[in-house]
Design a protein around this ligand. Structure first.
Ligand SMILES: Cc1cc2nc3c(=O)[nH]c(=O)nc-3n(C[C@H](O)[C@H](O)[C@H](O)COP(=O)(O)OP(=O)(O)OC[C@H]3O[C@@H](n4cnc5c(N)ncnc54)[C@H](O)[C@@H]3O)c2cc1C
Length: 379
C-alpha cells in the first residue's frame, strides 16, 4: 500500500481545497428534512456548475475523469469541509455508471446530464418485502403489453423515492423464471399513475425511505437497460458501484465525531475514567483501521483492476465502529446525549440502520468468510 500522493494527485487535492475554501455549502438545516435535501441538491448544482460533480465519471460523459485515488481525495475533502454528499448521490454513484456501462446512446444522452446536475433525482428499486439480502427472489412483475411493459408489485426501503423522478427498477419479465434468470432492469419514470410512493417513518423520526407500490405502471422498450432478461447482470453493475468512495467520506466523518466526543468528555472530566478513555481509544483505532483498509482496497484496485473484498470489509467496519462510537457517546455522556433532537441521540438512532443498508452484517461476514478466509459456502 502506498499512501503518498503523486504530484498530479496533490495538484488535484489543492485545486479542490481552493474551490471548497471559496465555496461554503452554508449551514446545515436541522429539523426539516425537505430543507435538508434541498440544501444537498443545491450543493450538487454548485459542484456541477464548477465541474466537481461526478468527478469519477469519464470526461466524455461530463465528469472529470478522476482516478480512483483522486475520487477518494474528493470524498475525504468533502467530509473535511463538513460539506454534505450531493443530493442525487444514488444517481451519481449507481444509476450513472450503470447507464454508462449498459445504456445505448439515447439512454446515455437522455439521462447522464440531469443526473450530474441533480436536476433529476434517482432512487433504487431493488428490495421488496420478501427480497432483500436474497435479491434474486424479486417478484415485481413486468408483463409485455403492446409496445411496452406493464409493471405490478411492491418495493420497499426505497431511499429518496419521494424526491425521485427516475427509479432503477428490477422486475421479473419471465413469469416462469426462477432466481436471477428472467429479470429485467428498467429505467422507470416515477411521474405517472400506477406509481405510488408512501414514506416510511424511521426511528430518527425522518422519512428518508419509502414503500413503492406499482400498480399498472408503464415502461417502454426504450426504458429497458441492458436488454430483456439481462437484469441480474445489470443489477450487479449497480451493486458493484454501491460502496465506491463512500468509505473515504465516512471515515473522515467518524473521525470528526470521535474528536467531538473526546472534546466533550474532556470538558466534563469523563476521560479521567480509564474505562471510558479505553473505549474511546478503541473506537479511534477502529476508525484508523477503516481508513487504512479503504486505502488498501484502493491500491489493490489500481494495481489489478479488480475490486477486492475490502469494500465489503470497509462497510462492515464502518457500521460496527459507528454503532460502537454512538453507543459510547450515550454511555459516557449520560442522559444529556439522549435528549430528543440532540446530535448524539440522532447519531445513535441513525447508526442502527448501518448494519442493514448496503448489505447486512451477516451477508458481509459471509463474503469475508468465503473470499478472504477461503471457507466453504454455507449450505
Ligand atoms: C437506511 C436504509 C436504506 C435503504 N435504502 C434502500 C434503497 O434505496 N433501495 C433498496 O432497494 N433497498 C434499500 N434498503 C434495503 C436494504 O438493502 C435491505 O434492508 C437489506 O438488503 C436487507 O434486506 P431485508 O431488509 O429484506 O432483510 P433480510 O434479507 O430479510 O434479512 C433479515 C436478517 O436475516 C439475515 N440474513 C439474510 N440472509 C442471510 C444469509 N444468507 N446468511 C446469514 N444471515 C442472513 C440478515 O443479515 C438480517 O439480519 C435500505 C435499507 C436501509 C436500512
Amino acid at each position: 500500500m502506498d499512501l503518498t500522493f503523486t504530484p498530479s494527485e496533490t495538484a488535484f487535492r489543492d485545486e479542490l481545497r481552493g474551490w471548497l475554501a471559496d465555496n461554503d455549502p452554508g449551514p446545515e438545516p436541522h429539523g426539516d428534512e425537505h430543507a435538508h435535501f434541498a440544501w444537498r441538491l443545491d450543493w450538487q448544482r454548485r459542484l456541477a456548475a464548477a465541474g466537481w460533480s461526478g468527478v469519477h465519471w469519464p470526461v466524455e460523459h461530463g465528469g472529470r475523469g478522476a482516478t480512483l485515488t483522486e475520487s477518494a481525495i474528493f470524498f475525504e475533502e468533502l467530509a473535511n469541509r463538513r460539506a454534505p454528499l450531493p443530493g442525487n448521490v444514488l444517481g451519481l454513484l449507481l444509476a450513472g455508471p450503470t447507464i454508462m456501462t449498459w445504456g445505448d446512446e439515447a439512454q446515455r444522452e437522455r439521462h447522464l446530464g440531469p443526473i450530474l446536475t441533480g436536476e433529476e433525482v434517482w432512487c433504487q428499486g431493488f428490495s421488496e418485502p420478501d427480497a432483500g439480502s436474497d435479491l434474486a427472489a424479486v417478484k415485481t412483475r413486468a408483463a409485455r403489453d403492446g409496445d411496452g411493459w406493464t409493471i405490478t408489485g411492491q418495493k420497499v426501503w426505497t431511499s429518496y423515492a419521494h424526491h425521485a423522478r427516475w427509479c432503477m427498477l428490477l422486475a421479473r419479465t419471465d413469469p416462469a423464471s426462477e432466481r436471477h434468470r428472467g429479470l429485467t432492469y428498467f429505467l422507470l419514470d416515477m411521474e405517472q399513475d400506477g406509481v405510488e410512493v408512501v414514506p416510511l417513518r424511521q426511528i430518527t423520526g425522518e422519512s428518508h425511505f419509502n414503500e413503492l407500490f406499482l400498480d399498472g405502471a408503464r415502461a417502454t422498450d426504450a426504458q429497458v437497460l441492458g436488454g430483456e432478461g439481462n437484469g441480474w447482470r445489470v443489477a450487479m453493475t449497480t451493486l458493484s458501484n454501491e460502496r465506491s468512495g463512500l468509505a473515504f467520506f465516512h471515515q473522515v466523518r467518524m473521525r470528526q465525531l470521535v474528536d467531538a466526543l473526546a472534546a466533550e468528555l474532556a470538558e466534563r472530566g469523563g476521560l479521567d475514567d480509564p474505562r471510558t478513555a479505553d473505549a474511546l481509544a478503541d473506537v479511534a483505532a477502529q476508525v484508523e483501521v477503516l481508513r487504512l483498509t479503504a486505502y488498501r482496497g484502493l491500491t489493490r484496485l489500481e494495481r489489478t483492476g479488480e475490486p477486492g473484498p475490502e469494500s465489503a470489509l470497509t462497510k462492515l467496519m464502518w457500521s460496527r465502529a459507528n454503532q460502537a462510537l454512538t453507543q459510547l457517546a450515550v454511555d459516557a455522556l449520560g442522559p444529556d446525549a439522549l435528549t430528543a433532537g440532540s446530535r448524539w441521540s440522532y447519531e445513535l438512532l441513525r447508526a442502527r440502520g448501518n448494519t442493514l443498508e448496503g448489505g447486512t452484517t451477516e451477508i458481509l461476514k459471509n463474503i469475508a468468510a468465503q473470499r478472504v478466509l477461503g471457507l466453504p459456502r454455507a449450505s
